[in-house]
Design a binder for this molecule. Structure first.
Ligand code: SF4
Length: 378
């Protein structure tokens, strides 16, 4: 087995100042990028820290105890995050997802959620405010998150078998406590709840059917995510990717499925409903999703922007460069100038890494200079 090369590259340095264009760009919700994609979804990373060390995201060899995490003074304050988010919403964002690292590690995150939940979309509707978590703190926090205005959660869970789960998250954390967190979220009224499982061939594909059996009929939507070449530290190899088509085939070997329509433009998951004896979708049994960034790229409708915990705007999960908004916020730019700068960056966007990946010899394995997923959120 060839030695896995993990280049140590600190991506956080590669950012340019977001310029305020001479010609103001109105925040009227009609903003599109160079491929005609609107800005509808903002992912906000509120911390670069996590209490797990998932090998596909934050491998322990790199993110050890001496890793130079961001000092607290570098992080955007809740007021700064909300001010920036307000400009994105004015440009058309309808959904905000809080991520990390592990977002529930950010102290008093309920305060931020309260501030964000007060924002309204360009047509006056409430935002779709959600959060992705590893579930380790969810049981303790679920009620407070709901009370603060959070609507729903997505929980990462890569298996039901404790030894498999530990081999994926590389910390000694039991599955049972994540399941307790999911139950607490449901009791608190956070929903619909989604569970994300990253499938890594050779590590946890035998957990696919146990997970499907476990969540079938519970109202929780289980999504299977293809293992991705995110960042520059996970030593990604194509032969460890289990294509979603194989995942669906594997599940169908026991549980009949029928394909469902996408629920919204830009949705990343392909939906499959559990089928009844007539081959129709059995709504009570529920559905699964597959997210296939490697084998079925979905860049064509990608309407997602990402804000790092220290205020850098990234236009793609696989970006190699960020745009610094914090210097504008702390440099006394007006809201109009901030909105213009964001508009200017989005208008120039042409990112479609996953579409291009397939023409880039996927096994190149370089992965150099891509931003880390733990820094900008999945
Ligand atoms: S690869 Fe980049 S552009 Fe394509 S869907 Fe993912 S985030 Fe969007």
């Amino acid at each position: 087995m060839a030695e896995r090369v993990i280049p140590l590259i600190d991506q956080r340095v590669a950012a340019r100042a977001a310029a305020v264009p001479a010609q103001a760009i109105a925040a009227d919700g009609l903003l599109v990028d160079t491929l005609g994609r609107p800005l509808r979804d903002l992912r906000i990373s509120v911390t670069d820290r996590c209490n797990f060390r998932c090998s596909y995201c934050m491998p322990k060899e790199v993110f050890g105890k001496d890793y130079p995490y961001l000092p607290h003074t570098d992080l955007l304050t809740f007021e700064e995050i909300t001010r920036i988010a307000r400009q994105f919403v004015a440009h058309g964002v309808r959904k905000i997802r809080l991520t990390g690292g592990e977002p529930l590690l950010r102290k008093n995150i309920e305060i931020l959620i309260e501030q964000l939940s007060a924002l309204r979309t360009v047509d006056g509707a409430a935002l779709d405010l959600t959060l992705t978590t590893n579930g380790s703190l969810l049981e303790r926090k679920a009620r407070a998150l709901k009370a603060a205005g959070l609507q729903r959660v997505t929980v990462s869970l890569d298996g039901l078998d404790d030894s498999v789960f530990r081999s994926m998250n590389d910390v000694d954390f039991p599955v049972a406590e994540v399941l307790d967190g999911i139950a607490a979220a449901r009791e608190a009224g956070l929903g619909p709840i989604k569970v994300n499982m990253v499938v890594k061939r050779g590590t946890n594909e035998h957990e696919i059917l146990p997970m499907a059996r476990h969540f079938r009929g519970t109202g929780i939507v289980l999504r299977f995510i293809e293992y991705m070449d995110v960042g520059a530290t996970n030593g990604w190899r194509m032969n460890e990717v289990m294509p979603s088509a194989d995942v669906v085939k594997h599940i169908r070997s026991e549980l009949p499925l029928v394909q469902l329509e996408h629920s919204a433009r830009g949705e990343t998951a392909e939906r499959w409903g559990y089928a009844d004896a007539q081959g129709k979708h059995d709504a009570a049994a529920g559905e699964i999703g597959v997210i296939s960034s490697v084998t079925q790229a979905f860049c064509g409708d990608c309407n997602r922007a990402r804000l790092s915990t220290e205020g850098r705007l990234y236009l793609c999960l696989f970006a190699t460069q960020g745009h610094d908004l914090r210097s504008l916020v702390r440099g006394n730019a007006s809201d109009e100038q901030l909105a213009s700068a964001i508009g200017h960056v989005w208008q120039g966007r042409s990112d479609r890494y996953s579409q291009l990946r397939s023409s880039m010899a996927p096994d190149s394995g370089t992965g150099a200079r891509r931003v880390e997923m733990s820094y900008i959120g999945g």
